[in-house]
Design a protein around this ligand. Structure first.
Ligand code: HEM
Length: 170
């Protein structure tokens, strides 16, 4: 009886959106808005951008748009699983495509590519923990990915003369 109560309590807790997840959801929505504004302001230079960057932007826009939906809506149902696969595919695609983009470090791999490699390790972990009902590890891996990859990498696409920052201030 006691075990049931504890496990029921834990399940309820896992499904509750906490303050950090609300912060991540708002961060992703704000970043999406700023990226869209930057893209719009840079429209005169769209023709200068290669297919790799466009693909990277397309997958990241999908991930950014889905992030608040995934974090704020109920977890564990049919739609969560379906949208979850789209989200991890978008993140994996973003990371994979990034290996074709080498604008810094004289055409070689740069520090940000470490984040891409980390993302490619995290994606299967996120799927595996979900499929094996390891909810605590699943939740923590997703939170780490949203904060560590999506928001941090996203933020750093603006300073230091990078493309989106240049367009935003144009
Ligand atoms: C909001 C999220 C993101 C946006 C808007 C974004 C956008 C961009 C853009 C426009 C570029 C090419 C132009 C430039 O370097 O300034 C780029 C390059 C790159 N991005 Fe992203 N990105 C995001 C997230 C990510 C994530 C999550 C990863 C890794 C998992 C990543 C990895 C990379 C790498 C490795 C490069 C190449 C850097 C280099 O040239 O050395 N990006 N990103």
């Amino acid at each position: 009886m006691a075990t049931t109560a504890v496990s029921t309590g834990r399940r309820t807790d896992m499904r509750r959106v906490d303050a950090f997840e609300r912060f991540l959801a708002i961060g992703a929505a704000l970043l999406l808005a700023v990226v869209l504004v930057a893209l719009f302001r840079g429209r005169a230079q769209w023709h200068l951008i290669g297919p790799g960057i466009w693909l990277h932007l397309a997958t990241i826009l999908a991930a950014l748009a889905l992030t608040p939906v995934m974090l704020l809506r109920p977890r564990g149902d049919w739609l969560h699983r379906r949208l979850g696969y789209v989200w991890v595919a978008a993140m994996a695609g973003t990371a994979l495509i990034s290996f074709t983009i080498r604008n810094t470090n004289h055409g070689g791999l740069s520090l940000i590519h470490i984040l891409s490699a980390w993302t490619l390790i995290q994606v299967p972990l996120i799927v595996w923990t979900a499929r094996n009902h390891q909810h605590v590890r699943h939740r923590s891996a997703v939170r780490g990915m949203v904060f560590g990859a999506l928001l941090i990498a996203g933020f750093f696409t603006f300073p230091f003369g990078r493309l989106l920052g240049t367009w935003l201030l144009a």
